[in-house]
Design a protein around this ligand. Sequence first.
Ligand code: C5P
Length: 224
Amino acid sequence: MPKIIVAIDGYSSCGKSTTAKLVAKQLNYPYIDTGAMYRAVTLYFIQNHISLTNPKEVETALNQIQITFRRHPELGRNDTYLNGLNIEDEIRKMYVSEKVSEVSAIAEVRHALVAQQQRMGRVKGIVMDGRDIGTVVFPNAELKIFMTADPMIRAQRRQLELIEKGDLVGIQEILENLRLRDHIDTTRAESPLRQAEDAVFIDNSLMTLDEQVEMVVRLADAQI
Ligand code: C5P
């Protein structure tokens, strides 16, 4: 059976990752969360006090970063590792969310991560989500999805996720962070978030998770 690339882009916390994970499971494809890769770089930059305005420092730091994914033996989730350390929980915290869009706007960071993402999808049969997957990473992806949802619904979903991890953050703080990230992500000079011309647009504000997954799997099946 031919293998395809499923590229899912969209705004922060609109359910891309949850949908992408379940679609990947149904298609029996690996799932790559590219947001986790930008978060991992951000964590490294914070921990090592890297100056974002010093290209040489950024370049040197990027050469010292190795990002991998490994399956968690008990939780069954795909965890993110930075230089061999499991950082899955740390990268979801607010202090990383507050810095990640600034780090993601740096051209050197994008070039390094896009190259790694393209290597991961070389043999196809992959579901990848992010902001520039259908436009920059895989412009020839067989299926492109562009997802969005009402900002308040996105903030509420994000708050629930954080509460489940024991992180109590107010809805206003989350909403402001989402708005700021949307703004930086859509207005940056280097590969801004935008809908690819051939992407299928899904506003999932009023959709259940099952409905979203079913819709994307149906669209993927039509391409296989
Ligand atoms: O998907 P998630 O919200 O975890 O992504 C965190 C941030 O990483 C985004 O707000 C965006 O700034 C950046 N990002 C990006 N390009 C991607 C994936 C994420 O710029 N492909």
